[in-house]
Design a protein around this ligand. Structure first.
Ligand code: ADP
Ligand code: MG
Length: 390
């Protein structure tokens, strides 16, 4: 079997040349890789390999195999395309499309460092992209036409990738639970991240596609306002917040959020699934009507500009002002380590208030001072000339 970890040596994994680590999640290691062909042909892709400590656990392997089966069936522009699932030595791995860009979570943190939120237009475009992905996944059928009952269960900012050319893609169907595989719970593994779960998911009730819509509502909310919605200091605090905490409407935190968008996000965040959007199609309908009404164009170019500004291709520091973002604030370049959490909604109201003074107030004061000094000067000149004004 080809060696994976010889320092300095080209790391080969089957036909894949591993170029660099992209990160490790709960159960897998992700690599940027290349497949080589004749005449200098090279195609970049991503290899996702089950972590060695989990590889021998039959439950994990089972979950990974399930992810592979479901993911390989999918073909949609808003879902990261999986094109191979295989066994290399003792390692199961997936090969998939490489999305050159950034996870949405990383974009949110970088924007925050610049004193901004991604803003309403980005929130709408993420909602539309992931809404389309969910509409497709929720409607999937087995070969005999029976619905597969797919629920992603982990719609969260780290599983949403934004490419350099502005495409929005959902990945990581590792915690997908479908009726094909109702027993896919592995003891000790939290499937999905607490702060992005729906109330029914967190309380271990039956979930359906509407649960993913709640999670997408959280993502849209956070992209819009630049604050975490439900995350608490402990799992218990997070669960309490998401099952019963007050949800401040986005417009109460960011003044430029239109009422129509407030209503859409708050409907996605209805705690009772019966009061929520009943399908991704319904959510898409409202988002599209809202965007048309605002006269907003699809923001693909805007998203592309955002990724390239926050994470320039050449690895240089981001520009200090981001015209694509919605909120002014103290600009501070994101550091290399952008893992810092976003603040919470509950401690954000003060921070998020529009700055009433700002440059315009300073300007007024300066004009006032100039006027006083100017008229004093005129008085002095006139006195010197011994001609008091009438
Ligand atoms: N196809 C891809 N292209 C680019 N980056 C990716 C890709 N897949 C994953 N990543 C990066 O790796 C991270 C973890 O990937 P994910 O599939 O969500 O693994 P896990 O199951 O460990 O959460 C993502 O948040 C993203 O930053
Ligand atoms: Mg993930």
């Amino acid at each position: 079997m080809p060696s994976l970890d010889q320092a300095g040596a080209t790391r080969l994994f089957g036909k894949y040349r591993l170029l660099r680590d992209l990160g490790a999640g709960g159960m897998a290691q992700i690599y940027l890789a290349a497949i080589d062909g004749p005449g200098g042909f090279e195609k970049q892709c991503v290899v996702k390999k089950i972590l060695p400590e989990h590889a021998k656990n039959p439950n994990f392997a089972q979950m990974f195999i399930h992810e592979a089966k479901v993911a390989a069936m999918m073909s949609h522009q808003n879902i990261v395309q999986v094109f191979e699932f295989a066994l290399e030595g003792e390692n199961y791995f997936l090969a998939m499309e490489y999305v050159s860009g950034s996870a949405l979570g990383r974009l949110m943190r970088a924007a925050r460092k610049l004193g901004s939120a991604l803003g309403p237009q980005v929130a709408v475009d993420v909602g539309l992209g992931i809404g389309h992905a969910l509409e497709y996944a929720h409607a999937m059928q087995a070969a005999d036409g029976t619905p597969m009952g797919i629920v992603h269960r982990d719609v969260s900012p780290e599983n949403i990738l934004v490419s350099r050319d502005g495409a929005v893609k959902l990945t990581d169907f590792g915690v997908v639970k479908s009726s094909m595989n109702a027993e896919a719970t592995v003891a000790g593994v939290v499937k999905g991240k607490w702060a992005y779960m729906s109330p029914e998911q967190v309380t271990n009730q039956r979930v359906d596609g509407r649960s993913d819509l709640f999670s997408l509502g959280i993502v849209m909310y956070e992209a819009c306002v630049g604050r975490r919605l439900f995350r608490g200091d402990s799992v218990a605090a997070t669960v309490t917040a998401l099952t019963s905490g007050t949800i401040t409407p986005p417009s109460a935190l960011v003044p430029d959020v239109p009422a129509g968008l407030d209503a859409i996000i708050m409907k996605a965040l209805e705690r009772s699934p019966a009061r929520r959007y009943q399908s991704a199609t319904e959510l898409l309908h409202d988002l599209e009507a809202f965007r048309a009404n605002q006269g907003w164009q699809p923001a693909r170019r805007k998203l592309s500009e955002l990724v390239n500004t926050l994470f320039p291709r050449d690895g240089s520091a981001p520009k200090s002002s981001i015209t694509t973002l919605s909120m002014p604030g103290g600009a501070q370049a994101p550091s290399q380590n952008d893992e810092e959490e976003l603040p919470l909604v509950s401690d954000s109201v003060k921070l998020m208030e529009p700055t009433p003074a700002g440059p315009s107030a300073a300007l007024l004061v300066a004009i006032g001072l100039a006027a006083v000094l100017g008229s004093a000067l005129v008085w002095v000149l006139l006195l010197l000339l011994d001609r008091p004004p009438s």
